[in-house]
Design a protein around this ligand. Sequence first.
Ligand code: FAD
Length: 483
Amino acid sequence: MPASTALVWFRRDLRLADHPALQTALARHERVVPVYIADLGAERDWAPGAASRWWLHHSLSRLGGDLAERGAPLLIRRGDSLQALRALLAETGAEAVYWNRLYEPAIVARDRAIKAALREQGIAAHSHRAALWHEPWNLKTAGGEPYRVFTPFWRKLSAELPPLQVEPAPLHLKGAAVHLHSDTLESLQLLPKLNWDAGFYAQWRPGETGAQHALDRFVRSALGHYRGGRDFPFRPLTTQLSPHLHFGELSPQQVRAALLRRAQGTATLEADAGQVLRELGWREFAHHLLFHFPHTAEAPLQEKFAHLPWRTRADYAADLAAWQRGRTGIPIVDAGMRELWTSGWMHNRVRMIVASFLTKNLLIPWQEGARWFWDTLLDADLANNTLGWQWTAGCGADAAPYFRIFNPLLQAQKFDPDASYIRRWLPELARLPAEAAHAPWLAKAGVLERGGVRLNEHYPEPIAALGASRQRALDAYAAIRAA
Ligand code: FAD
């Protein structure tokens, strides 16, 4: 092997197993220098939000430990990525840089420019596919267009999944031959200044080992309940892998391998595994859409929806604040928003309910909801979040039709029938029977009294009447349809 050095530029691929950039660098060079560059400005308006920064801090800390144990400590540098890479190339004498690709529009543009600049300077710059099963530019309809409908996209993708091969983490690494300066993790100031993250520690374990444990736990004990249980938020029977996947502590290929290993030969488990893979297919679809339609993080894919007569900010500011704080008076919505604030995560069914309530019943632009999620979700992901919001608002690809407006009361009765989820997150309603906890504004005064609830004192009345607000949304959507 030639005695040469390469930089491995870690970004949102904070793992050592199934890491094509690291593996290729190791195969071609004697020394590898792992680096993380805190260049958050490069993500422009979509620099990580507060919850994501918490995760990033802990994930980097774990990665640093894992790399140091193997002999090549992680270097942290702050500032412009190209400048930081150039400085490190000069300090180490490295002749190549390896990284795994990301797909957000601002990052795609930055990485292209960096690759061109490095190559011009005679440095080998290699990028690899690691976060997706397929590059977004490789999957096209028969007419050569990007997909806009999920089912044909998934049919094509699932027929062309890459071979099931997962490389283990390397056991030993040979790092830089010279001493190099590293900024400290603390200097990145990723942790919140307010003491708001206590609930995160109780529920999450960022880093590759935590991701593996979460995957193992799901595959061992929850896989068989996935199809039947995935819509019920009280005891989540979904994988809860979304932050691990977002930060690349786990690849979709590793999830696929673990699912298929466990399910092999058992028809019902195979069907459950197939359903999880389909959800990962939505993740791929979201990245496909954002890559091909980069404006959609800010604007609707279906352009006519840009003219929807949303309420004005002055008119909706108080309602938006009530939604953010979980004080709308609709318990299933408030329970979801408080779960989000406390744990940094929210169940998918409830994400759809709160998003529908914001965009349809409150007629507040979906971008406001997407921004709040961006700041408070540990799994905030530009592709998945954009898809989720545009799907719910009815203005995206393969979206719920505009007239489909979730009735939060019926949703609560169906998916949280004994109100356990509501009671868990709204302790002020914990002593009410299920029927009253679903809809306190409809409960008899005596029932509320026995449960210790006085409306507007302990818990608000709804900020929007469900029937009238639904009709207002239908009228608004019908107007743009007619136009
Ligand atoms: P599982 O059901 O176990 O699914 C496995 C994996 O598949 C998930 O971890 C995720 O990576 C992917 N996945 C599942 N559902 C979807 C979906 N609908 N779209 C795209 N990928 C999916 N997901 C995010 O990762 N980040 C976001 O910022 C995000 N914002 C959302 C906003 C709204 C309004 C809505 C309705 C959905 C959003 N989702 C987002 C999608 C989905 O709610 C989460 O991925 C899911 O709840 C994560 O829980 P899980 O890991 O247990 O999912």
